[in-house]
Design a protein around this ligand. Structure first.
Ligand code: 8YV
Length: 327
């Protein structure tokens, strides 16, 4: 066996994951849990054989251009790879892997929690209570709208979108979806999901729209100001995917103006900063990017990263390789 690769991890990971990495690799961990600066990231990619970044690291063309000759694998701790310039990395012979599958159910649960919470004003109810404004029960107080019988439109029907569809059926929602490719009929049948070739037409008809596509150049502001305006004023928007897919400024304007009934968001265009008007808007239920934040999912993400690094060490096929053609 050759020398162990130097694995540089940019953020603090769960203890068990770090312990396993110490056993297996020559590893440089980051105990501070503060995101690396761009300069620190460049330095890390100069010395690393394997870089393990997260969503908070921008492994862009500049970082990749300055990477050391030893860097051969970027094993992302995360599913979305929009933080990495996969094209540039691949051109330089650096493989990229991600952690699909292990966070699907937890993210779908969080999405369902928002779908349940937003039309029933759960956040507003708690805010009123905390502010000491609750005067007691009233027949017309805090009225939301019923889920059962409503139409849910899923934008992006990959693993997470399909997991949301399965849950939605149990709550009596009719499921519609828009995706680059239509699903095979047996999967559509199983999910009772109806394909909408036109995103515009789907947006126009839905009571709730939930976003589950990756962020790529093709999906940046997919929900543009124009498209958001196609939504009905009594509709809700849910986003647990990536902030960049939705025009956040346009969404904020519409929520403040009451042109959209509400939004449940877990992701933002410029994390961790959020438009203050959005933060203050009573129609929005906002979470700090915690869709996959369960201890189980974080440990399994770490295990996936390790499996990919070991495959790389053994010169085996990388189980979760991301290629530019897949974006
Ligand atoms: C992670 C996510 O928290 O995997 C993703 O794409 O957005 C989250 O599950 C984050 O990416 C960790 O890097």
């Amino acid at each position: 066996a050759g020398k162990k690769p130097l694995v540089v991890v940019t953020r603090k990971l769960p203890e068990v994951v770090e312990a396993r990495m110490r056993e297996l690799f020559d590893v440089r961990l980051n105990s501070t849990d503060r995101p690396m600066t761009q300069a620190e990231l460049v330095e890390a990619s100069r010395v690393a054989d394997v870089l393990v970044p997260t969503v908070t690291d921008r492994v862009d063309s500049g970082v990749i251009a300055q990477a050391g000759a030893g860097l051969k694998l970027i094993a992302n701790f995360g599913n979305g790879v929009d933080n990495i310039d996969v094209i540039k990395a691949t051109e330089r012979g650096i493989a990229v892997t991600n952690t699909p599958g292990v966070l699907t159910e937890d993210t779908a649960d969080m999405t369902m929690a928002l779908i349940l919470a937003v039309p029933r004003h759960m956040a507003g109810g708690m805010r009123a209570l905390q502010a000491g404004e609750w005067q007691g029960w009233s027949p017309t107080g805090m009225l939301g709208s019923r889920l059962r019988g409503k139409k849910l439109g899923i934008v992006g029907m990959g693993r997470i979108g399909q997991a949301v569809a399965r849950r939605a059926g149990a709550f009596g929602l009719s499921v519609f979806y828009h995706n680059r490719h239509r699903l095979p009929p047996e999967i559509e049948d199983k999910l009772s999901a109806t394909w909408c070739e036109s995103l515009d037409q789907m947006l126009n008809r839905m009571d709730i729209v939930t976003v589950h596509c990756p962020h790529t150049p093709a999906t940046y502001h997919l929900l543009s100001a124009r498209r958001l305006k196609l939504m009905r004023p009594d509709a809700y928007l849910i986003n647990t995917a990536r902030g960049e897919i939705v025009d956040e400024a346009a969404l904020t304007r519409m929520l403040v103006a009451g042109e959209l009934a509400g939004a449940g968001l877990d992701v933002y265009e410029q994390e961790p900063s959020i438009n203050p008007k959005l933060v203050k808007c009573g129609r929005a239920l906002l979470l700090p990017h915690m869709g996959s934040a369960t201890i189980e999912s974080r440990i399994e993400m770490g295990e996936k990263v390790i499996v990919n690094i070991r495959a790389f060490m053994d010169e085996h096929h990388l189980p979760d390789r991301v290629l530019p053609s897949m974006l």
